[in-house]
Write a protein that binds this ligand. Structure first.
Ligand code: MRU
Length: 336
């Protein structure tokens, strides 16, 4: 089962808002439907967003062609709509641009480019899994945050690809899964994936992570990324930087698995990256019911920035980067 694919002229996605209780594939026919699915997090995670972006341009091209409208105009409109649906993961505009590059070739050329983005994601993440597990050989207790598994990609994740490889090598004792407030990508999605793969895991509340790491119960923190700046700063799900700080204090590795497409050389540092701020209701409500005190408001950034000097390694499909060992004290001068 793939998280996202192209089937019969449509984009098929696994609706992640329904997991873990319902496994439902949804067929998407237009760029507007796709943008809505991205905003609702029905499809989410940096790599899946990259593939969605490319498929969205293919949808625009095919629908316009079928209806006798201008393909050029349709793909421009779709690109703008999809790119502004979520601002942080650089993979989304990257995927859109990969498809746009071949627009002159028409719908079939655009689809071929989008399918190549899909296939590249699969091979890149397999390589990340292998390289990351090689680096972390012997690690038995891993902590992860959010979901950087197959659900955040096409059929193989990044951080969870590393975890799966460690499990196959019989090294793994337990994966601590941070629940990942407010939308619970850890307890809903990562735990679901690990359960299906038979990988031993325990869900913890995000606030338990630092204490657990400092107690000596964790050998490595492994996460994904939504954007990696030119200086090696890592932008990932809110809460990630706290794990990096705790890992540094405990003297354990903080490892990021991400494809090369997640590196954004145009952003000098993480501070130059747009951080998505989502609806306050995601924080104030629990399971659709108001939990916070009446009248209180919330601040809901979806991502945070881990400075390069806290990152032990970034494992891509081509190389292992070591920002922490080459960073200056302010982490500002690592050229990736
Ligand atoms: O808001 P989400 O669920 O899209 O956030 C996803 C993450 O933060 C992942 O850790 C990140 O995309 C890396 S995994 C591809």
């Amino acid at each position: 089962m793939r998280t996202i694919d192209w089937v019969d002229g449509h984009v098929l996605i696994l609706d992640q808002t329904l997991l873990p209780h319902q496994v439902k594939m949804v067929s998407i026919a237009t760029p507007a439907e796709l943008a809505d699915a991205i905003i609702r997090l029905a499809v989410r995670g940096a790599m899946a967003l990259g593939v969605a972006g490319a498929f969205g341009i293919a949808l625009a091209a095919f629908r316009a062609h079928e209806q006798g409208r201008s393909v050029d105009r349709a793909v421009d409109e779709a690109a703008a709509l999809i790119k502004r649906s979520r601002p942080t993961a650089v993979n989304l505009p990257w995927g859109v641009d990969r498809a746009l590059e071949v627009r002159a070739g028409g719908p079939l050329a655009i689809l071929a480019a989008a399918l190549a983005v899909r296939d590249q994601d699969i091979t890149a993440n397999r390589a990340i899994g292998q390289a990351g597990a090689r680096m972390l050989q012997g690690v038995r207790r891993v902590l992860t945050h959010c979901n950087a598994g197959a659900l955040a990609a096409v059929e193989t994740g990044t951080a969870l690809a590393i975890v799966e490889r460690l499990h196959q090598a019989a090294d793994l004792e337990v994966v601590y899964v941070c629940e990942t407030r407010p939308l619970l990508q850890g307890s809903r999605l990562t735990a679901w994936e690990l359960g299906r793969a038979g990988i031993p895991h325990r869900i913890i509340v995000d606030g338990a992570a630092a204490g657990l790491i400092l107690s000596g119960a964790v050998d490595a923190v492994v996460v994904g990324a939504d954007r990696i700046a030119a200086n090696g700063d890592v932008v990932n799900k809110v809460g990630t930087v706290g794990h990096a700080l705790a890992a540094r204090r405990a003297g354990i590795p903080f490892v990021v698995g991400a494809p090369e497409a997640t590196i954004d050389p145009t952003r000098a540092s993480g501070r130059a990256t747009p951080i998505e701020e989502r609806d306050q209701a995601e924080v104030l409500d629990v399971a659709g019911h108001r939990a916070a005190a009446p009248g209180s408001t919330a601040f809901n950034p979806a991502f945070d920035i881990t400075p390069a000097d806290l990152v032990t390694a970034i494992v891509t499909e081509r190389r292992v980067l070591t920002p922490a060992s080459s960073a200056s004290s302010d982490g500002a001068h690592v050229a990736l």
